[in-house]
Design a protein around this ligand. Structure first.
Ligand code: MSP
Length: 639
């Protein structure tokens, strides 16, 4: 039997779980469920990272022992994951007894390989990241990449010969692009390694909260050696060979982009040194912002994971987190968008599909699945082909870790089923007494609903279970091999679920119309040249050529389009423009238009808009954008 082993990072216990922790673990859970549904013997590991300076300091601050802090917060993560109904097979803690032995083993193997030596370390360390930084990675007392404070460290230390693994690591990245994902992140890591690797300090003597360095308890092992090793402890390394051989190497280490270096450089190097197989994949996902703002301690704007789980139905939270951003990209958590997705996608699309198909079954088919009589009607044949294609594409999307795409496909199929109802009009068939055709249509519809529910299980397990229960199917992980078109048994009684998705109200501040700007207090005496500005004033407005890379409608706002813009900068911008009545989204892609580039970003319908396009009103009441030819490079200043 094929196996699938997926891990999340283990979470630091210095604080409470937030959206970032919930996100990784929910995505990993969806993957674990999906592969279980495909018959893979699956192991899903998550847990807490409890040692190190960062945890010790937080415990000191709170006046408790590190172990007390670890117990308390580890428990909090555990409770969160239970509340989120996640299906991890083990919740590992780095203070677990078996883990200590595995760490001792791996370090011993690294020693045996001649890869560990004693020297002294002097350099910069950021306790918040538990990371060492080179001089050129520091600015104004902070690590440039993370913004964390650094401190100078000088002490005796054991080193790992990381430099020895430069070439093997580069080969590993090159050998198979699947090993480190996304492509952009792999390229970043590869160029970091290509720039030369220095040996890594892997022990500290100035604090105590950690696993003692084997054979030299004066030293505490560097927390990342300890932490990364959890991935092999979790599947029985050095304790349960059968299990270890079955699940190792991991199929996917799902992590956040900030900890890629540890996973794609240090971890494979440790494993090479210890002569253990390398993971099949390290996949770095992006970061969430809160309503357009980076979350930070100083702003106190972390989205608390428990609060999110209280505020939204579980399925909606999973659905939104997975659907909102491609795995690998950054995202912006906007409450209005969660509500929008709930109402227009879950309730209006899927909820409506299930309600109407089950209600029609009651009305027209005596509450039972009608007999399936093969059909040659073009719409039916097309529906079956569509279902089979979606199923295949969902599997492929998951194999590429495109979780958002999988959901898009499933919901697209749900919309196609709604379309099928509109095309086949069962109520008319019923009225006209076309029983045979009616039965064929209703069978196809219900079979389609079953397929949607099976595929959706990994993402919205509660709703999927409720739908499948209506068909009398109560498998813990509804299997993909039941997806044979025609698999739904004739005469199955249908017990429609009560309500699948309840519509939600927009958060208050979003529902209110934007407050009218207060007009400025009138000036006492009007300047003479009213309306005339200085050239310098004109220069304050930064007009630039914007290349439209993508365009889509903003759900629930019929005038708005959300555009992805290349303005010649490192990152693309999002611009919301009120031009949906004049332009189809597809027609905009690749156009070069004029944009005000230095307007203060503004939230429009829950989306942060980072620019404004220039357009004129046309005689017919539409809008026409100012355009440039392909000769003009994106970002060119308009003056
Ligand atoms: N303990 C280490 C991981 C060790 S793995 C062997 C650690 N822990 S953490 O608790 O700080 O972070 C855990 C994960 O949360 C990381 O993958 C990080 O990327 C993720 N996130 C932290 N903030 C995040 C967002 N704002 N958005 C999405 N994920 C974020 O690092």
């Amino acid at each position: 039997m094929s196996t699938f082993y997926i891990t999340t990072p283990i979470y630091y216990v210095n604080g409470e779980p937030h959206i970032g922790h919930a996100y990784t673990t929910i995505v990993a859970d969806a993957m674990a469920r999906h592969y279980r549904q495909r018959g893979y013997d699956t192991f899903f590991l998550t847990g807490t990272d409890e040692h190190g300076l960062k945890v010790q300091r937080e415990a000191e601050r709170q006046g408790i022992t590190p172990k007390e802090l670890a117990d308390r917060n580890s428990d909090s993560f555990k409770r969160l994951f239970e509340k989120l109904e996640l299906t991890h097979d083990r919740f590992i803690r780095t203070t677990d007894e078996d883990h200590k032995h595995v760490v001792e083993h791996i370090v011993q193997r690294m020693k045996d390989a001649g890869d560990i030596y004693l020297d002294s370390y002097s350099g910069w360390y950021a306790a918040s990241d538990e990371a060492f930084y080179d001089e050129d990675e520091i600015e104004d007392g902070k690590a440039i990449s993370s913004g964390s404070d650094v401190e100078w460290v000088e002490e005796a230390s054991y080193f790992f010969r990381l430099s020895k693994y430069e070439k093997p690591l580069l080969n590993w990245y090159k050998e198979n692009h699947h090993h480190v994902q996304t492509d952009a992140r792999r390229n970043e890591v590869a160029s970091f390694v290509d720039g030369g690797l220095r040996d890594l300090s892997i022990s500290r003597t100035t604090f105590e909260w950690g696993i003692p360095f084997p054979a030299d308890p004066e030293h505490v092992l560097y927390v990342w050696v300890d932490a990364l090793t959890n991935y092999i402890t979790g599947v029985g390394a050095f304790t349960n060979d059968e299990m270890f051989n079955k699940f190792w190497p991991a199929d996917c280490h799902l992590i956040g982009k900030d900890i890629l270096r540890f996973h794609a450089v240090y971890w494979p190097a440790f494993l090479m040194s210890a002569e253990l197989p390398l993971p099949k994949q390290v996949f770095a996902h992006g970061w969430w912002m809160n309503e357009g703002q980076k979350m930070s301690k100083s702003l106190g704007n972390f989205l608390d994971a428990f609060e999110l789980a209280d505020e939204y139905p579980l399925d909606l939270l999973r659905y939104h987190l997975i659907r909102e951003i491609p795995l690998g990209s950054d995202g912006n958590f906007v409450k209005a968008r969660v509500v929008g997705r709930n109402n227009s996608e879950l309730a209006d699309n899927l909820g409506n599909l299930v309600n109407r198909s089950m209600a029609m079954t009651n009305k027209f088919c005596d509450g039972k699945v009608p007999a399936y009589i093969g059909t040659t009607a073009e719409v039916d044949v097309a529906l079956k082909a569509n279902a089979e294609n979606v199923r295949k594409e969902v599997e492929e999307a998951l194999d590429r870790r495109e979780t958002h795409r999988a959901l898009e496909l499933i919901m697209g199929f749900s919309a196609d089923l709604n379309q099928y109802v509109a095309m086949t009009t069962p109520w008319k068939l019923n009225k006209e007494g076309e029983t045979q055709r009616l039965n064929a249509v209703m069978y196809h519809l219900l079979e389609g609903v079953r397929w949607v529910a099976v595929m959706a299980h990994a993402f919205i397990p509660r709703a999927a279970a409720a739908i499948l229960k209506a068909f009398g199917i109560e498998d813990e992980y509804p299997q993909y091999d039941t997806l044979e078109w025609g698999g739904l048994a004739n005469q199955t009684p249908i017990n429609a679920p009560e309500v699948l998705f309840t519509k939600l109200e927009l958060p208050e501040e979003e529902a209110k119309p934007e407050p009218k700007k207060e007009s400025k207090p009138k000036q006492e005496s009007k300047p003479k040249n009213e309306g005339i500005i200085e050239f310098d004033d004109f220069l304050k407005v930064e007009l630039k050529v914007a290349h439209i890379k993508a365009a889509e409608r903003v759900e629930g706002a019929d005038k708005l389009l959300k555009l992805t813009i290349d303005a010649g900068e490192d990152e693309t911008r999002t611009v919301v423009a009120g031009i949906a009545k004049s332009y189809e989204p597809e027609a905009l892609v690749d156009k070069r238009v004029a944009m005000v580039a230095n307007l203060k970003p503004r939230k429009v319908f829950g989306v942060l808009s980072q620019g404004m396009l220039l357009a004129v009103d046309t005689a017919d009441g539409g809008l026409e954008l100012a355009e440039y030819s392909a000769n003009v490079a994106p970002g060119t200043r308009i003056s």
